[in-house]
Design a protein around this ligand. Structure first.
Ligand code: GLU
Length: 381
């Protein structure tokens, strides 16, 4: 059984250049976009958080600048993106405003999702926009991203963003209605796959390499995106975006391919905190804090007795009492600042540090307790 769109609470929609930009005229497909905005408004009205990852900057900018068809040099695509992104952002802002929804532009580079400190900032900003019920409209910051540090395709970018903000669904709108056992255009025996439970080498082999001139991602980058999404606890669906109201179509059972995740975003994040990061220091907590952690609370500065190691905000640290290791978490302060506020109530943080920091030393969302999460023996020391 495929999941229902209505069950998801945080949804990332990825819209490709080929759908947004009319290739012949190099203009935005306004009518189509306005219909998609209706779909977004429906989701938004029933309380879901919605984010859009929108391509199209380069495709639009190249027409405005009169660049010839065919592959562009890096500086040319950067110049095109600089011109096209303005129009793209304005259009999103207008079509969403029509439904009373505020849009906020976020331009990210690879390092914003891969480097921990920047990751935390990008995540915090995005979550703040969602909290204020705005719809973040995200694209790669193509004008500053050089080839080595570029995603280059918004499929994988969207998957990273989706896992970063703990989305439970990523929808990739494409010019095809999902994954087939072979390219359907050239193979009459190609069969459509409605559900992919696990991405096996056989599934990867089905995703050929084709990418059109206007958009970069072929089926291969979509399956790569599915790997990133599903291992981060996010379900993903590839759906045909060429019809009007494409999301409504998926909701009504239209043909598409679901990639299911065995996990959920919260569990995946905790597993990541528990296993993937090397701890940079240790927080020794008192008995009261140890008990509070076990009952699901965050770790407050007042419950920390001693700080060891030289860590930065966002690093993983080991949390322990005198007897044993309690778990790991992402710490909200650099080691020096942490040392200054331990043992103190959170309301004094601003007076001590001179800036209003986080109430928690380690927020419970950033905490993986040893007896709740499986920490591999090799990592738990
Ligand atoms: N970031 C590129 C743009 O906005 C698009 C990349 C893609 O097509 O996936 O033009």
């Amino acid at each position: 059984m495929s999941p229902e769109i209505g069950q998801f609470r945080r949804i990332v929609l990825k819209v490709g250049s080929a759908l947004l930009v009319d290739r012949a005229r190099g203009r935005l497909n306004h009518a189509w976009l306005a219909a998609l905005a209706e779909d977004i408004a429906d989701l938004h009205a029933r309380g879901a958080d919605v984010l859009v990852v929108s391509s199209g900057a380069i495709a639009m900018g190249r027409t405005v600048l009169g660049l010839p068809a065919g592959p562009l040099k890096l500086e040319e695509s950067q110049a095109a993106a600089a011109v096209g992104q303005i129009a793209l952002a304005r259009t999103w802002s207008e079509v969403l405003a029509h439904h009373g929804i505020t849009a906020g532009q976020i331009l990210v580079t690879l390092s914003d999702t891969e480097e921990r400190r920047r990751y935390l900032n990008a995540r915090a900003t995005t979550l703040k926009l969602l909290e204020m019920r705005a719809v973040p409209v995200i694209n790669e910051n193509d004008t500053v991203a050089t080839s080595e540090i570029r995603y280059g395709d918004n499929d994988r970018l969207a998957a990273r963003v989706a896992t970063m903000i703990g989305a439970d669904l990523l929808v990739l709108f494409s010019d095809i209605d999902g994954l087939y056992t072979a390219p359907p255009a050239s193979d009459p025996n190609a069969e459509h796959l409605p559900i992919v439970e696990r991405i096996t080498p056989a599934i990867e082999a089905m995703a050929g390499g084709a990418a059109s001139e206007i958009s970069r991602g072929g089926m291969r980058t979509k399956v790569e995106a599915a790997k990133i999404a599903t291992s981060g606890g996010t379900h993903m669906v590839i759906a045909d975006g060429r019809t009007k109201n494409p999301l409504k179509r998926v909701a009504e059972g239209g043909r598409c391919t679901w990639f299911l995740t065995p996990s959920n975003p919260a569990t995946a994040r905790k597993t990541w905190i528990a296993g993937a990061l090397e701890p940079r220091g240790t927080l020794y907590v008192d008995e009261g804090a140890a008990r509070a952690l076990q009952s699901g609370a965050s770790l407050l500065p007042v419950g920390v007795r001693r700080v060891e190691g030289s860590f930065a905000r966002g690093d993983a640290v080991t949390i322990r009492d005198d007897q044993r290791i309690l778990g790991r978490g992402l710490v909200a302060y650099d080691a020096d600042d942490a040392a200054r506020i331990i043992g103190r109530p959170s309301r004094e943080i601003e007076a001590i540090l001179g800036y209003p920091g986080r109430t928690e030393m380690v927020h419970r969302d950033d905490l993986a307790l040893t007896d709740r999460t499986v920490i591999p023996a090799s990592l738990s020391a």
